[in-house]
Design a protein. Sequence first.
Length: 460
Amino acid sequence: MSDLTTLLEVGGPLAALGGGAAYTRARHPAVYWSALGGPISTVRLLSTYSSVMEACSLTVAPSRLRILAVKATTRREVRPVPPRRGIIRPTTTGLRIRLRLAPGQEPADIAASAERLRHAWGVHAVYVTTVKPGVVELRLVGYDVLRRVRMPRKVEDGFLKVPVALREDATPFVRDYRTVPHQLTLGATLSGKSMYLRHLITGLAPQPVALVGIDCKRGVELAPFAPRLSALATDPDEAAELLPVLVKEMEDRYDLIKARQGIAPGTPAEDITSDIWGLPESERPVPIVLFVDEVAELFLTATRKDEERRDEMVTQLIRLAQLGRAAGIYLEVCGQRFGAELGKGATMLRAQLTGRVCHRVNDEASAKMALGDIAPEAVSAACAIAPERPGLAVAGDTSGGWSRIRTPYLSLGDAADICRKSADLAPDVPALKPFRPDVPVQPVEIPGPAPAVQPHPVAD
């Protein structure tokens, strides 16, 4: 009886501790990883490193000098040599470790065994990146960071850089307009495409950038950000008037660059430029980012007159995509589908959009429109996105690389409030003044007179 009582006294706290750990792992994975998961995985990695590398065929035969040294000093068996391991650096989401490859190995060998390493060390995922020739870094992610997105505290940002989402390897996905000037974003209804757009606009709002919007859904997506927009078109007719103005602005900027290129003998090399970034800061025009929501609405036609207008708008968009980068004009094109069935010029415009982000789509053909021509293996990943995870997407570019990302939640009210507070930062672009959206003045509450103070009788 006493043994049973002792067992219950000991087992009760242990069961409570195990239940608490399981609850923390399910509800608060970051806390669980910092408290238990990280130390356990570190001990497992240190104790099994050599055997795991050998089981994954990531070892090489030792050199003759090593064999002679081992036989001269000890009698133990000479084992194959694994990659030299560096210091383990813990993070809030996992572990980082650098490996120096053994002679004859390449980073692809480590990447091919990433799934085996994941199971051997009990982590959620393992990613391999090349640091320099002969050195790779293993990024061990302890839990699914895309289930509940929390952006890192320290994020690389800067002018025309927006940390808009989180990658599956726990690194931020930064939209850099100087590196990838134009981008195509596709996604079905309720896939998180609008959330992605909100983060882009709110990230650019505090910067000296002119934001221009074309929203053919009567402005329901972009109208809340009107205080910060320099121009807004809410239907195809207004878009047909706005696009020629942007093309003319682009041509004027090229004239400015050309005038600066009046190269005379003895001109310093730093004064010779082919884009606006080489101009002196006092002469440099502000960059313009054009957001096109539901681009298919610009292609749809019902009459002969609509076809002529459509052809003109598509031609102007293609010109902006081809020539706008040097003039500081960048395109962010969004839609549900974007393929050849939209009409003449659709495929040509898509080819000019370097960056690609594909949210959940309704069919495989839509995923192929976004990713099929740059990363065919990413098409299946885009088709596997579940409706229960809005904001999850596959991001790629023309280099062939791709990764899964997810945008954190940002309410429309908070995004509109950021744009309202940044309204005074909207740059003055004279050509866009006729298209500046009307922003209703917020009523100011005037406090009324203070209530009269009633006298109180004085009592002993």
